[in-house]
Design a protein around this ligand. Structure first.
Ligand SMILES: Nc1ncnc2c1ncn2[C@@H]1O[C@H](COP(=O)(O)OP(=O)(O)O)[C@@H](O)[C@H]1O
Ligand SMILES: [Mg+2]
Length: 260
């Protein structure tokens, strides 16, 4: 029975692209309103597939994704009101920063004045004021990443999906941006789903989860059997057995989904 309080619930979600291999064997996961959920998993474990299904760009082969307790199978991506940040930023090179950030508003036919106000607010949120007339090619990687974030936040989404958003940045900038993202999450109270394969980010995510009631860290691509070694029963399972994987070793907190 799905928890009616959860913003998103994956119920027995499976996905195969070729009809043979289950890329997502059996995902059961709740995402709470206002939560910062970090999904960790090795490359190829189906993280992007899960995000694409949640965003509505892919359909589950079996199971259901509920949004506010309602099935999403008939809700197209633009009606879900989700912001998405991709690893490669996916900025439009021929549009200025302001035009890039304004894009979701243009699609939603927001008026010119309101659009300008919201773009200025979003650029302010990510501390990019004054760069609105530049083009993406004239910005550093970290700045481009912030533009992508501003574009995902500009229309007040109920959920922001981030697929390895810091993967292209160097270590120092990545750590800096991780702190900024968490600060932004605290300020805005929007639900964030943050996907990474980088085990280096795991300790940060787990520390954050341990400190904040609004944060959670889950491991994907980790079978029930492997996770059964954990001290606390996991609230996520993907049904895939990866006993030998370092991803599935019980952590110090002893759970595949850690929350205070
Ligand atoms: N559109 C697609 N068509 C066929 N196979 C795909 C497609 N997208 C992803 N896959 C396969 O599904 C598996 C999981 O991919 P993905 O969800 O991108 O994993 P991750 O994001 O965890 O690296 C991989 O084996 C990948 O090759
Ligand atoms: Mg991926």
């Amino acid at each position: 029975m799905a928890n009616p309080q959860a913003l998103v619930t994956f119920v027995g979600v499976q996905k195969t692209y070729d009809g043979t291999t289950l890329v997502v064997p059996d995902l059961n996961l709740e995402i709470q309103r206002g939560e910062f959920l970090t999904l960790l998993g090795p490359s190829g474990s189906g993280k992007t597939t899960c995000l694409m299904m949640l965003a509505g760009f892919e359909s589950p082969t079996a199971g259901e994704i509920l949004l506010d307790g309602q099935p999403t199978s008939r809700t197209p991506p633009h009606k879900r009101n989700f912001g998405v940040v991709f690893q490669n930023y996916a900025l439009f090179p021929h549009l200025t920063i302001a035009q890039n950030v304004a894009y979701p508003l243009t699609v939603r036919k927001v008026g010119k004045d309101e659009c300008a106000r919201l773009v200025a607010r979003a650029l302010n949120m990510v501390r990019l004021e004054g760069l609105d007339a530049r083009y993406p090619g004239q910005l550093s990687g970290g700045q481009q990443q912030r533009v992508a974030l501003a574009r995902a936040l500009v229309f007040d989404p109920q959920l922001v999906l981030m697929d390895e958003p810091l993967g292209a940045l160097d270590k120092q900038l990545r750590e800096h941006m991780q702190i900024e993202l968490k600060e932004l999450h605290r300020k805005l109270g929007v639900t964030f789903v943050y996907v990474t394969h980088d085990q280096g980010e795991a300790p940060t995510a787990r520390r954050f989860a341990a400190r904040s009631r609004k944060a959670c860290c889950a491991v994907i691509g980790c079978g029930r059997s492997a996770c059964a070694a954990a001290a606390t029963p996991p609230t996520i399972s993907t049904g895939r057995s990866r006993r030998a994987s370092p991803w599935c070793r019980p952590t110090r907190s002893g759970t595949s989904r850690s929350r205070r």
